[in-house]
Design a protein around this ligand. Structure first.
Ligand code: BJW
Ligand code: ZN
Length: 281
């Protein structure tokens, strides 16, 4: 960090685990006994939009109740130039590329900026919001399947049918045997054209957002911190080797061995919400 000029953080679900958001692959993410990755596909949505919307309704409810944890806060702090310079005196840029859709990193940065403004406005304070790249979309974005219109909507239930299904489901254990089928006409609809809407997230087989910017950042980075991701999903799983290829350093923060450990110059085994604050007090 002391030598680094262009620093990126790649985050995955483990970053938000301490905020109560289930991960995908370490067993914590099962929903009504279904594997979450089998629901995060355009094919699953085409076959059963009712089931996929209920899954995202559940995730929205969890995310609405969640607050950033100490790891989000440290990453937010690193985006503030005056703090960054203390740990990385040669730093010229800092970006977070997150695979998470929960918005907790933006929330941490916004509340830090509010506090910082109240005390003193450090140099470059207007820059940091652009420092977060949400490559897999945003859970609270609702996107039309027809006209592409996309709106943020943080209401607890996007339509009465979804909150109704949620209440009914508290008595059921298994979606496979007791599935609630909401008719398409009762699922969230586009506010512009009335067609079926979908969550504004990136599913398997779709192209992640902001890839031009991300490729540029990976090419330029001389330090990447890989936080709480299993590094099993492309293209994010290739970023550490991308940085390594042109001589950059790789540091991994994970409770378990992950897909990129072989690329790593440093492996910090442990929960990121305790390891990061220890490292960057
Ligand atoms: C902690 C912790 C704590 C826990 N502290 N650590 C073969 C067939 C079909 C497709 C493919 C194929 N081969 C490759 C593909 C492509 C595919 C892919 O990679 N598939 C693999 C699974 C095989 N990828 C895509 O389709 C992507 N698109 C693409 O490649 O387009 C081509 C293209 C790219 C670029 C330019 C041009 C073209 C799209 C991928 C979209 C992924 N979408 C999801 C859902 C998002 C919406 C939603 O959330 O519902 O993204 S899937 C899911 O996985 C989600 C996550 O962001 C992503 C990564 O998971 P993550 O974050 O790593 O979570 P986990 O659970 O796996 O790991 C958590 C980690 O945290 C664990 O390691 C824990 O140990 C750790 N941990 N607590 C620190 N406290
Ligand atoms: Zn529309």
């Amino acid at each position: 960090m002391r030598a680094a000029e262009h620093i990126i953080v790649l985050a995955g679900a483990g970053l938000s685990a301490a905020s109560g958001i289930p991960t995908f692959r370490d067993g914590g993410g099962m929903w009504r006994s279904l594997d979450p990755t089998s629901l995060a596909t355009p094919e699953a949505f085409a076959a059963n939009p009712s089931l996929v919307w209920q899954f995202y309704h559940y995730r929205r409810t969890k995310a609405l109740a969640a607050r950033p944890n100490a790891a989000h806060d440290i990453i937010a702090k690193l985006s503030i130039p005056t703090y960054l310079k203390k740990v990385a005196p040669n730093a010229k840029s800092f970006h977070l590329i997150t695979q998470n859709i929960d918005g907790l990193s933006s929330m941490a940065l916004e509340s830090l900026l509010e506090k910082t403004h109240a005390v003193d406005a450090p140099e470059g304070v207007s820059i940091p919001k652009a420092s977060i790249v949400e490559m897999h979309g945003r859970l609270f974005d609702v996107k039309c399947t027809e006209c592409g219109s996309c709106q943020e909507d943080r209401s607890p239930a996007l339509c009465p049918a979804l909150s109704g299904a949620d209440d009914t489901f508290q008595n059921y254990q298994d979606a496979g045997t007791h599935e609630i089928k909401i008719p398409e006409s009762d699922l969230p609809r586009c506010v512009e054209c009335g067609a079926l809407a979908r969550p504004g997230v990136v599913w398997f087989g779709e192209i992640p957002h902001h890839m031009d910017k991300i490729n540029e950042l990976v090419l330029k980075a001389d330090m990447i911190l890989v936080v709480g991701t299993s590094s099993t999903v492309c293209p994010a799983s290739t970023f550490a080797s991308g940085v390594k290829e042109h001589g950059g350093k790789v540091a991994i923060f994970n409770v378990e061995p992950s897909g990129e450990d072989e690329e790593a110059d440093f492996v910090f085994a442990g929960r990121c919400e305790t390891v990061l604050p220890d490292l960057f007090p």
